[in-house]
Design a protein around this ligand. Sequence first.
Ligand SMILES: CC(C)(COP(=O)(O)OP(=O)(O)OC[C@H]1O[C@@H](n2cnc3c(N)ncnc32)[C@H](O)[C@@H]1OP(=O)(O)O)[C@@H](O)C(=O)NCCC(=O)NCCS
Length: 209
Amino acid sequence: MPFYETIHIRPQTQLHLWKIEEPLDSLIAGVPLQDHSLIRLHKLKSEVHQKGFLAVRHLLQHLGFSDADLLYDASGKPHLSHGQHISISHSHGFAAVAISNENLGLDVEAMRPKVLKIAPRFMDVDTHLSGLSLAEQLQKATIIWSIKEAVFKIKNEKGISYPSHIREQPFDPAEGSTVARLDFKHQTELFPVQFIQREDYIFVCVFES
Ligand SMILES: CC(C)(COP(=O)(O)OP(=O)(O)OC[C@H]1O[C@@H](n2cnc3c(N)ncnc32)[C@H](O)[C@@H]1OP(=O)(O)O)[C@@H](O)C(=O)NCCC(=O)NCCS
């Protein structure tokens, strides 16, 4: 299945989803790539990553952009040549791009039980998971992991620790929003967070303001 959905996360922010179901060959055939993108594609070791990389190009094509409109800075952060902000994420079955007038971070994660095993290493388990069923814990821990990845994509600074520097206000997943707080280098910043679930995947957008 190709293009899946566009979600209007905010008035100036659209989240576009591609469900990755095509074989690698048909993803490669369907999208023209610049030389440096071809080199990157061939350096990606896993087929899952290659498919994600290509599905993002298909999404851009669907939106009227091309691979040539996508530029990367030295840290690997993507930018659109015409000036709007973009954030990219892919995870097994889905690729997603968020395009906005605001600086933002996007993360997509599949809800997998492994997240509960590692949760104490990246989040405050007592605050967020106590009293929840196993299914609710899985959903919430995945949202929180994604929030931290998305905050990292906005800030893009070495030294940010997920458990020590990024915290989330207590939230009910049914509300689809919360606020993340970054305490780093003697500064505190607040980031509005919007999230949705599609199938077994969590999609999180974090905004700079
Ligand atoms: C950069 C990072 C957030 C990417 O997350 P991921 O889950 O591995 O992969 P995703 O699919 O969600 O995102 C990949 C996309 O992020 C974008 N990206 C890569 N580096 C980026 C950066 N520095 N800033 C913003 N976006 C970045 C790219 O567009 C990339 O996809 P593409 O290269 O195919 O275009 C992650 O690799 C990372 O480095 N996290 C920090 C880890 C960390 O500090 N952990 C501390 C634990 S205590």
